[in-house]
Design a binder for this molecule. Structure first.
Ligand code: NAD
Length: 277
């Protein structure tokens, strides 16, 4: 995370989490690590993990019969489950709860239909490095969201990484395609490098280690260095050397990695638009 998130202001009325799977669970861990007491969190999930059950022993409210108040309700079920799950938290709207949806594709207008035109709704797109406090979340709110509520949403998401405000909801499909889905592209790059190392004659475990640590190190260097990625690439590339040979393939005019990434991101953005229904 970039700066310490102070969640104490949210403690009295608390946070309700609808759906606590991979993303919901990662956010919950960040909130707890940032000092939100388990007793300030309510989770609704029909398939609670052992970790959630253990937290229930520390005061977290797990699948209560009646929902209490909440400052913020995070909607973290699959888009396909939202229609069935969201009515469970619709009653919170009357108490001025801010809804924050992280569902891919689902537009703010869908939640306005579910919770009423007066409901304050933020649409956000995090990513799975949130699980290690290194995510990035893009956010945009509807006209009902006050500046204080926007800051509360940002504070919650800053507990698991960086945050950025969008100017327009139409940017969300491309954001989802780039940073929401993006970790999968990087993991696949690790897989591809490992396979390429094996094809070049290395044992599997050595290739796996070299690929994983190379991607980690390059990512960390890109994060910490004042130089941009293009210069960092040049720094690796001796004229007439091995990297130049590889880049002649990866940067081939019209059929290189940029074209492939552009097609992949376009496919993800198109799917995000389809999920809007
Ligand atoms: N995984 C990602 O990389 C990622 C990134 C950004 C956004 N998202 C979005 O986050 C949301 C959750 O994705 P995920 O990967 O955590 O999925 P997941 O399947 O890991 O988690 C979904 C959770 O919802 C629960 N659930 C199902 N029906 C429910 C209901 N009726 N009421 C309450 N809970 C219910 C499930 O038991 C599960 O724990 C999706 O909308 C997805 O688009 C995911």
């Amino acid at each position: 995370m970039t700066e310490a998130a102070d969640l104490t202001a949210l403690a009295p009325r608390g946070v309700t989490l609808l759906g606590c799977g991979k993303m919901g669970g990662a956010m919950l861990e960040g909130w707890l690590a940032s000092g939100l007491p388990p007793a300030s969190v309510t989770v609704l999930d029909p398939n609670p993990s052992d970790r959630l059950k253990a937290l229930a022993g520390e005061g977290l409210k797990l699948n209560p019969e009646r929902l209490g108040e909440a400052d913020v309700c995070i909607l973290a079920v699959k888009p396909q489950m939202m229609g069935e799950a969201a009515p469970k938290v619709a009653g919170l709207a009357a108490g001025g709860t801010l809804y924050v949806s992280i569902a891919a594709g689902t537009p703010i207008s869908a939640f306005e239909r579910l919770f009423g035109e007066g409901a304050a709704i933020v649409r956000a797109m995090p990513n799975t490095p949130a699980a290690v406090g290194r995510g990035i979340t893009a956010l945009i709110g509807n006209a009902r969201v006050s500046e204080a509520q926007m800051e509360a949403a940002e504070t919650l998401l800053a507990a698991v990484g960086e945050t950025v405000r969008l100017e327009d909801e139409s940017q969300m499909d491309a954001v989802t395609a780039l940073s929401g889905s993006g970790p999968a592209y990087v993991f696949h790059l690790i897989e591809a490098m490992e396979a390429a190392g094996v094809a070049a004659g290395l044992p599997q475990d050595l290739a796996a280690r070299l690929a994983r640590v190379t991607v980690q190190g390059a990512g960390e260097l890109a994060r910490l260095s004042p130089e941009d990625p293009a210069q960092l690439r040049v720094n690796v590339t001796s004229p007439g050397g091995t990297t130049a040979a590889a880049l002649s393939v990866l940067m081939a005019e019209g059929e290189g990695l940029t074209e492939l990434a552009t097609r992949a991101v376009a496919a993800a953005a198109a799917r995000s638009r389809e999920l809007a229904g």
